[in-house]
Design a protein around this ligand. Structure first.
Ligand code: HEC
Length: 127
């Protein structure tokens, strides 16, 4: 009798352990496919150090944060929805500003070429 009760208890324990294992095994994989983690996005920089400095003090403030409403760096789905008008139109839009996106993206010393290269980087293309 005692062994039967122990066996039932042990079986329930194994069931719970399997369920926890399955949860742990599946969860990170589905999360990684859906969106890159916030810290992965925050660690991205343009390879050019001059552009990286401009990116860090301007674009990065908003473009790593979903709450800002900005398309996030390397979020290709968010950027592809905006790229239909073409690269030049995106650059002009960034220079003029658009809703919560300030004119020049708060980078007054950025040239049109810099803005273009920073957009290429954020869209996931090498400047
Ligand atoms: C103060 C926050 C902020 C900063 C700083 C910022 N952005 Fe943005 N950006 C936004 C937001 C918010 C949007 C989305 C605006 C909308 O569509 O309503 C946006 C959108 C954009 C777009 C898409 C425009 C369009 O017409 O679809 C481009 C391109 C862009 N930003 C480039 C840049 C660049 C380049 C920099 C740095 C030089 C920068 N942004 C800095 C907040 C910011």
């Amino acid at each position: 009798m005692l062994t039967v009760r122990w066996a039932k208890h042990a079986a329930r324990g194994v069931g719970v352990a399997v369920a926890v294992f399955l949860l742990l095994a599946c969860e990170p994989r589905t999360a990684a496919v859906a969106t890159p983690s916030a810290s992965a996005i925050e660690s991205l920089r343009p390879p050019d150090t001059r552009l990286a400095e401009k990116y860090e003090r301007s674009c990065m403030t908003c473009h790593v944060d979903t709450a800002s409403g900005a398309p996030r760096t390397h979020d290709t789905a968010a950027w592809s929805r905006r790229a239909s008008a073409g690269r030049d139109a995106l650059i002009t839009s960034a220079q003029r500003g658009n809703n919560a996106m300030p004119p020049m993206g708060l980078c007054p010393d950025c040239s049109r070429e810099d803005i273009g290269a920073l957009i290429d980087f954020m869209r996931g293309e090498q400047p």
